[in-house]
Design a protein around this ligand. Structure first.
Ligand SMILES: Cc1cc2nc3c(=O)[nH]c(=O)nc-3n(C[C@H](O)[C@H](O)[C@H](O)COP(=O)(O)O)c2cc1C
Length: 185
């Protein structure tokens, strides 16, 4: 009996250790800076409203897809939208944007630090609509959004939203609607 309990405990610790190593590896590889992206969706209207979406992709492409769906919603709502990675070449001058969205996948309850390092380095965010989003598996676990919110200096976060991987198509539609809604109010 004791042997079985010890074996079970040993297995549990081993699985926990492997999960921690995998999380640490994913964390360090996804936190690597990517080359500057600067993708711009021009506005189809005469509007001069501009939005910036800064996100770091995860292991697959869900965080990227969400960024593009939010961008499409904003763009259909009249905004010119710039999408970029938080690379060291990304300008810290965000004066031209009235909406700024920061996005990150979540690993082990935390957002990628490359995103929060960039967002916390911006000092002039007051009077802008600031949004943080995360992508992940757990709908009700949102500690990463609080960390992303705390990284924003001298400004309130307008909305924090998590897009879940369990229903990707639905999340992508929600992301488009969210972008459209952001453009409207
Ligand atoms: C090692 C590991 C740890 C994860 N930890 C969390 C977590 O703490 N909370 C959560 O909601 N999702 C967690 N996930 C799910 C990822 O956040 C999800 O796969 C990711 O957002 C997908 O984005 P991507 O397609 O851009 O990689 C984890 C996934 C892996 C592989």
């Amino acid at each position: 009996m004791i042997k079985k309990i010890l074996l079970g405990l040993g297995l549990f610790i081993l699985v926990l250790f492997i999960a921690m190593v995998i999380t640490a590896k994913i964390f360090s590889s996804t936190n690597n800076p990517k080359a500057k992206k600067e993708e711009i969706l021009k506005s189809n209207t005469q509007s001069s409203k501009k939005a910036l979406i800064v996100f770091q992709p995860g292991v697959s492409n869900f965080t990227d897809k969400i960024a593009h769906q939010i961008a499409k919603g904003l763009n259909d709502g009249g905004y010119e939208v710039t999408i970029d990675y938080p690379s060291k070449d990304l300008s810290k001058n965000v004066d031209n944007y009235s909406v700024i969205v920061f996005g990150s996948p979540v690993y082990g309850g935390k957002p990628l630090s490359i995103v929060t390092d960039y967002s916390s380095s911006l000092t002039n965010l007051s009077s802008k609509k600031i949004v943080v989003y995360s992508t992940g598996a757990g709908k009700n676990m949102t500690s990463e959004l609080d960390i992303m919110e705390q990284a924003i200096k001298n400004a309130d976060v307008y909305k924090k939203v998590k897009f879940v991987t369990a229903s990707k198509k639905e999340s992508e539609k929600n992301a488009y609607d969210f972008g459209k809604e952001l453009s409207e109010n």
